[in-house]
Design a protein around this ligand. Structure first.
Ligand SMILES: [Zn+2]
Length: 488
């Protein structure tokens, strides 16, 4: 207990001065995740996993509503399959974990622990697709993947992580391209609506695209420290994998042709995005739509008599609100102030305080956690007990909307138009964020910017207005502004 008291007093590191320690502490102390005995791996604890399950449900519904079906492919891939697509294997080789020995024998053929599933799924598609009638084939899987990362960070980059990966095959290039953009917009809608994180959808540069893809599209989000996070990707695979794995179909005219493919994924790193976009010095602030606990009731009493009074009222509230919100009641023997801190740390969007005076007046004190660090203090309202069932869901919607608007305003304030390398460098040093800069499209210019500033090309926004200019590196003509940033 003494330790708890010390912890409470200590609080979290200040994100304004020590962002990375704040990030790690916010995750560990809210009990979302913990380090594991395997370096680079992490344990997702029940609170973090409940968040992931809510995210998963919201995304899975969208994936199914657009005609995709879930399946499951094996964790192990024969090494030979991965090696078939040259660019693909080159991209993943440094991060691949290989099983060479099992069941007390050396394996004849080493097995790759999947870093992604194009190779195994392509192999199966070659078997399943015979005719144009088999197309499009639209499959998604929820799975874990392993990429042997040297530098890891909780949720953002771990050796093993959870994701969904969609893999589709189409009759025409146009259909495949439509799918790539449909999914990109589905991701945008999911991340903006459910996670209250605004994103920029766009196309990646050739340098930054997925190994083996024709083109990669992504949604890019801005974190609280002004660094970018790639929040989801959708790849146009063209016919690369179809040729390598010989995925062909008999077309309407009787000819055999290769299919056109896409693949796309989002991962548990989105949890890192939620922490960094919404969190503050008091801890997490979870968007109501995916928060494991949407409202916490903190009963307040001193005497036995008061306890009895409060217990009755709280039990009635609980019965009524359980059907409208994910609710938790904290009956622990801690002081109210301790409980407030603890639930603030965990980012529960709404706190309901019920003390003896509240009960006598027939109402609860409702505190909006998204406003808790506002200079004017948190927004509180007194809500009559019998109105809580209507007010709470409406309030959760208001909080969700306000969180999105706050994140959007932050991003807009940290988005700068720059036209020269000098401006680029000084802006990045003074106010890190998204930099919109004219760029000729040449990889050499992109590399020079990266070497000199550490910033990478995030994407060319899909809705970037055409704007004739001069590349900030080489001075050659450019037709639009690309988004650059230091990134996770
Ligand atoms: Zn250039």
């Amino acid at each position: 207990m003494a330790q708890d008291r010390a912890r409470e007093k200590q609080g979290l590191p200040d994100p304004a001065t020590n962002y990375s320690d704040w990030y790690v502490d916010a995750i560990l102390r809210s009990e979302m995740a913990d380090y594991s005995p395997v370096r680079g791996c992490m344990v997702i604890r029940p609170y973090g996993f409940a968040l992931w399950e809510n995210m998963q449900a919201a995304l899975d519904a969208r994936i199914k509503a657009t005609g995709h079906k879930n399946a499951y492919f094996p964790l192990f891939i024969p090494e030979e399959l991965l090696k078939r697509e040259a660019e693909h294997v080159k991209g993943f080789a440094p991060e691949v974990a290989l099983v060479t020995r099992a069941g007390q024998e050396d394996l004849e053929e080493p097995l790759v622990v999947r870093p992604t599933s194009e190779a195994i799924i392509g192999t199966m598609y070659a078997k399943w697709i015979q005719s144009w009638r088999d197309l499009p084939l639209l499959i998604n899987q929820w799975a874990n993947v392993v990429r042997w990362e040297k530098r890891t960070a909780l949720f953002l980059r771990t050796t093993e992580f959870l994701w969904q990966e969609g893999h589709t095959a189409h009759r025409t290039q146009e259909e495949a391209h439509e799918e790539v953009l449909r999914i990109l917009d589905l991701y945008r809608d999911f991340v903006e609506t459910e996670l209250a994180v605004p994103v920029i959808p766009g196309i990646k540069s050739a340098e930054e695209k997925f190994a083996g893809a024709e083109a990669t599209y992504s949604i890019e989000a801005l974190m609280g420290d002004g660094r970018a996070l790639q929040a989801g990707t959708s790849h146009d695979l063209g016919q690369h994998f179809a040729r390598v794995f010989d995925i062909t179909f008999q077309d309407l005219d009787g000819e055999r042709r290769h299919v056109w493919q896409t693949s796309w994924g989002v991962t548990t790193r989105l949890i890192g995005a939620i922490v960094m976009v919404h969190g503050d010095r008091k801890g997490l602030r979870l968007p109501p739509r995916v928060a494991p606990v949407q409202a916490v009731v903190v009963p307040i009493w001193r005497t036995e008599e008061e306890l009895e009074l409060v217990r009755d009222a709280v039990q009635r509230i609980q019965r009524e609100l359980t059907s409208v919100a994910r609710l938790e009641v904290d009956w622990s023997e801690q002081r109210p102030g301790w409980k407030f801190n603890e639930w603030e740390m965990r980012g529960v969007p709404v706190r309901l305080e019920v003390g003896p005076r509240d009960v006598r007046e027939g109402r609860a004190t409702v505190v909006r956690q998204d406003t808790r660090t506002d200079p004017s203090g948190p927004i509180k309202e007194q809500v009559p007990f019998d109105a809580l069932g209507r007010r709470l869901p409406a309030l959760l919607d208001e909080i969700q909307a306000a969180m999105y608007q706050r994140a959007l305003a932050f991003r807009e304030a940290r988005t700068h138009r720059v036209d020269t390398i000098e401006e680029f460098t000084s802006t990045l040093a003074a106010d890190r964020g998204f930099l919109l800069a004219p760029w000729c499209g040449d990889a050499a210019c992109e590399r020079r910017l990266k070497d000199e500033t550490g910033a990478t090309m995030r994407c060319l926004p899909l809705d970037a207005p055409p704007e004739a200019g001069r590349c900030l590196v080489c001075g050659k003509p450019s037709s639009a502004r690309a988004v650059f940033a230091r990134a996770y």
